[in-house]
Write a protein that binds this ligand. Structure first.
Ligand code: SF4
Ligand code: SF4
Length: 400
């Protein structure tokens, strides 16, 4: 019976990945992008939840969760990331697959032309897709069509396309072999339970020395020589060996994936995997807690440094101040400013401190005066409150 082929599984996974990368920028939840770092709004949309860039600790947590998950994936799956999921591999695999379909059916010159056309189409699609993670796709299309209005964006698109095209035509897999630092870094994350692809030493004597595994390897290595850092775990050599060996009575291939280095070892948690799992879970829990508990308002107050304190004829004093009010909710909010314990302090706020309307997910600057009546200059700090409806949304202590 033919043994299962790895290549089909890898192509299926890569197909899912490509579909996700192309379609996710179009997905939305209740009218909000499912996942986008919206540059125009300076907002990260995560599962439809808007996180403004001023909530930097949340954005930082998201980045940390991504990094920890990525390291955990490496500790469990080893270099399978490189051979199955890394964009550099996926783009090269797609380009090779498309070009292969025309090879043999056309002349050498036409095949070369097709290779360049495929590289150009893939590179421009990637460039367009990259923009869509930062701007709504419809806006990307409109901006790219308005060359004179958005020259910087059009130039960036052309440069990204050129970069991707040259990568697919000239660099190809030599990047993975010679330049990618992550391949080197991965070896430090491997532990006793990491998935490896290896030549099965226990059946070495059955090797036919046909070299089918070497010929099919995109990295040009011979896996029979043992672990090599250049191996991206793509599994092509497994399929090649199975194709050869299943014509023999004894049947099975001589190369396979295995957890750890001992035959028959199932997945187990090594020390690195345990630590990374705990770190990932803690960070994820922290992110969920922080997102659910985040405040809906931002409030900061500062003296207007460019304007002096005014001493009025009646002996009172007025100081100019500036408040920055942020509305992180999904609907417009009306705010007002007041002083805590105002009635007894002899200090009041002047200027636009009532009916301050702030649009959803926006900030607004308001300039106002802290007015102190004659002989009532407050000693020490006063507390300014941001009020929304009947509720104190935030408060800040200032020293007039
Ligand atoms: S040795 Fe096998 S798994 Fe490693 S890169 Fe070559 S074909 Fe892929
Ligand atoms: S394909 Fe299999 S049998 Fe042929 S050389 Fe490689 S390991 Fe040996």
């Amino acid at each position: 019976m033919p043994l299962p082929r790895i290549t089909r599984k890898r192509q299926f996974v890569q197909g899912l990945l490509i579909a996700a990368a192309l379609l996710l920028p179009f997905a939305s939840v209740s009218g909000k992008p499912l996942l986008r770092m919206d540059i125009a709004k300076m907002t990260l949309f995560l599962a439809g939840i808007p996180l403004r860039i001023d909530q930097f600790y949340l954005v930082l947590l998201v980045i940390l969760v991504c990094v920890a998950s990525f390291l955990l994936l490496t500790a469990i799956l080893g270099r399978v990331w490189c051979g199955w999921l890394c964009p550099q591999t996926v783009f090269n695999d797609v380009a090779e697959l498309l070009v292969k379909r025309f090879r043999g059916k056309s002349s050498a010159g036409a095949a070369r032309l097709i290779e360049h056309a495929v590289a150009l189409v893939i590179a421009s699609t990637i460039a367009f897709n990259l923009f869509c993670w930062f701007l709504p796709p419809r806006q990307v299309v409109m901006n790219l069509r308005a060359v004179t209005t958005h020259p910087a964006m059009v130039v960036t698109f052309v440069l990204l396309t050129l970069f991707g095209y040259l990568n697919l035509i000239l660099v190809k897999r030599s990047f993975c072999r010679s330049y990618c630092p992550y391949g080197r870094f991965q070896t430090a994350l491997m532990d006793a339970g990491t998935l490896n692809l290896s030549f099965l030493e226990e059946v070495r004597d059955r090797c036919l020395r046909c070299n089918a595994c070497v010929r099919t390897c995109p990295m040009g290595i011979d896996i029979r020589e043992g672990f090599q850092i250049e191996c991206i775990g793509c599994g092509r050599c497994i399929d090649a060996c199975r194709g050869v060996m299943e014509r023999k009575p004894e049947g099975t291939g001589l190369i396979d994936y295995r957890f750890g280095t001992v035959k028959g070892t199932r997945f187990k948690f090594g020390n690195i995997t345990v630590v990374l799992t705990l770190v990932t879970l803690l960070l994820t829990a922290g992110l969920v807690w922080a997102v659910l508990g985040r405040t809906q308002n931002a409030f900061a107050v500062q003296r207007v440094a460019t304007a002096d304190t005014r001493h009025l004829p009646d002996g009172s004093v007025a100081q100019p101040w500036r408040a920055i009010i942020g509305n992180r909710s999904e609907s417009p909010q009306t705010y007002s400013l007041r002083i805590e314990g105002q009635a007894s302090s002899g200090v009041e706020l002047l200027g636009q401190v009532q009916d301050i309307i702030v649009a959803p997910n926006q900030h607004r600057d308001v300039t106002f005066m802290i007015h102190s009546a004659k002989n009532s200059v407050p000693q020490g700090k006063i507390v300014l409150q941001l009020v929304s409806g009947d509720r104190v949304a935030a408060s800040v202590a200032v020293t007039p």
